[in-house]
Design a protein around this ligand. Structure first.
Ligand SMILES: O=P(O)(O)OC[C@@H](O)[C@@H](O)c1c[nH]c2ccccc12
Length: 261
């Protein structure tokens, strides 16, 4: 079984267990669920350099990246660096994240926060809001067009922005809905883990103007960002390049300052 299918199969079990432990009605009563959200799309649109900086302890492709930071220091560091958004991985088994990370991140910064998760059920969208997220990720490779439609409209009703991630033209075809705010081209193939910025270059012209376009994964230089900007990318999702250093916030700050020049 390929890795993506394995993650999704594990996720199904995890979500079923979570649902049996905490009912939706309880999530909906939480303080965080009943707050006003921030718009990640708006933040990207209004910024000249839209960096979405990610908190990522480990990944299936790299194993351990960094376990030495607290989520709070990373969130504060990224905010201080001038990031336009914060991405927090909440998958535990493959990425070492948790919903607690999301709560801590929310308490520590005022950036729009993306719940980085393999979403296969509306329950996880309610959970995202109840733990402080402002936006959710939908991965076209693991969803049917019907699910993309259903999950994205559900998220919009909760006031969350929707980032739809694609890796090829077929995935884009099933994703062009008004309930999607941001389209992210993943430069990393989630089956093979190979990274190529060419993916962002090739797919850029196929993405209609009304969506905020971002490029995700494997971005590790100023050059990479500058190369992709002329293709219409307004945002860049960067994790490992910042997290592998001994000060993620400082690393993001130096990166963003360089881009401003
Ligand atoms: O650490 P990187 O190479 O900068 O990548 C960040 C982000 O794009 C990546 O973590 C990611 C993109 N799409 C995903 C889907 C699930 C989990 C993780 C991801």
């Amino acid at each position: 079984m390929n890795i993506l299918l394995r993650i999704v199969a594990d996720k199904r079990q995890e979500v079923d267990l979570r649902k049996s432990l905490i009912p939706v009605s309880q999530l909906e009563r939480s303080v965080l669920f009943n707050r006003n959200t921030l718009s990640l799309a708006l933040s990207l649109r209004s910024s000249a350099i839209g960096i979405i900086a990610e908190h990522k302890r480990r990944s299936p492709s790299k194993n351990i990246i960094n376990q030495n930071f607290t989520v709070c220091e990373v969130a504060k560091g990224y905010e201080n660096a001038g990031a336009s958004g914060l991405s927090v991985l909440t998958d535990a088994k493959y990425f070492g994240g948790s919903l607690d990370d999301l709560i801590v991140a929310r308490a520590c910064c005022n950036l729009p926060i993306l719940r980085k998760e393999f979403i296969i059920d509306t329950y996880q969208i309610t959970e995202a809001k109840a733990h402080g997220a402002d936006a959710i990720l939908l991965i076209a490779a693991i969803l049917t067009p019907k699910e993309i439609q259903h999950f994205s409209t559900f998220a919009k009703q909760l006031g969350l922005d929707v980032l739809l991630e694609i890796h090829n033209a077929q995935e884009l075809d099933k994703s062009l809905l008004p309930s999607i705010d941001i389209i992210g081209v993943n430069n990393r193939d989630l089956n093979t883990f190979t990274v190529s910025l060419e993916t962002s270059k090739t797919l850029s012209s196929l993405i209609p103007e009304e969506f905020v376009k971002i490029s995700e994964s494997g971005i590790s230089s100023i050059d990479a960002v500058k190369t992709l900007q002329p293709f219409g990318y307004k945002g860049f999702l960067i994790g490992e390049h910042f997290m592998k250093t001994d000060n993620a916030g400082q690393s993001a700050k130096a990166f963003i300052n360089q881009l401003k020049k």
